[in-house]
Design a protein around this ligand. Structure first.
Ligand code: TYD
Length: 209
């Protein structure tokens, strides 16, 4: 008989909101609980998807049209789903991912023209999976942008769209959370990292029952 499926958790938020740190802290905590989590990220999370990532996060802001981006992010996600996420969940492991489909809904679907219909169509036909729990880290876009650019990661293509873009993203994520309240929880990420991590642990502990 197949084992119980693992829990699928995504972290979402604007660039520089602290998702990556919190995703790692949650995965460490799950490990301490005797679970066997997989910590992963998008775009990327599988060798082919990581190759597509480079095409997306480097280079000039106008390198790709939003429509082309939707297709590239979805191609990367499909690979991530096939090679990493689905096998892990089916083996009973929890998956903690730094971004998933909500990033495409907001970054490509709601910031440069209204492409949400196209995003939804492509998602339904190529992905059609949602996390059990989505943690949206909400913080002041001006502070988040400073943090993101200060990292000088060479992966700043989206940060380079500037503050108004980050503000649009923030409201896009908040709208999504109110549209899908059964799955999405907004976390106030303006406080310190320990307090955020403990709020997240309480939520996940509730899900684990
Ligand atoms: P990420 O590595 O999470 O960057 P950061 O740690 O700075 O938040 O994601 C890389 C960039 O790709 C980020 O600016 C968000 C963007 N992105 C999209 O535009 N659409 C998507 O579907 C995904 C997954 C990411």
């Amino acid at each position: 008989m197949a084992e119980t499926k693992g829990l699928f958790i995504s972290f979402e938020g604007i660039d520089g909101s602290g998702k990556s740190t919190q995703a790692r802290r949650l995965a460490d905590w799950l490990l301490d609980q005797g679970r066997d989590p997989v910590l992963t990220r998008e775009p990327g999370g599988a060798p082919g998807a990581e190759e597509i990532r480079r095409l997306l996060v480097e280079g000039e802001p106008e390198r790709w049209s939003p429509e082309t981006e939707i297709l590239l992010f979805t191609a990367a996600r499909r690979d991530h789903l096939e090679r990493t996420i689905r096998p892990a969940l089916e083996a009973g492991r929890d998956v903690v991912t730094d971004r998933f489909a909500d990033s495409t809904r907001v970054y490509q679907g709601a910031t440069r023209g209204d492409l949400r219909g196209l995003v939804d169509q492509i998602h339904d036909s190529a992905i059609d999976v949602e996390p059990d729990l989505t943690l949206i880290l909400d913080m002041d876009p001006a502070i988040a942008l400073q943090r993101g650019l200060a990292r000088q990661s060479g992966e700043d293509r989206f940060e380079e769209f500037g503050l108004p873009f980050q503000q649009k993203l923030r409201s896009g994520f908040l709208d999504l959370a109110s549209d899908q309240p059964d799955r999405c929880v907004v976390i106030d990420a303006n406080t310190d990292a320990d307090a955020i991590a403990s709020a997240i642990r309480d939520l996940v502990a509730g899900k684990l029952g």
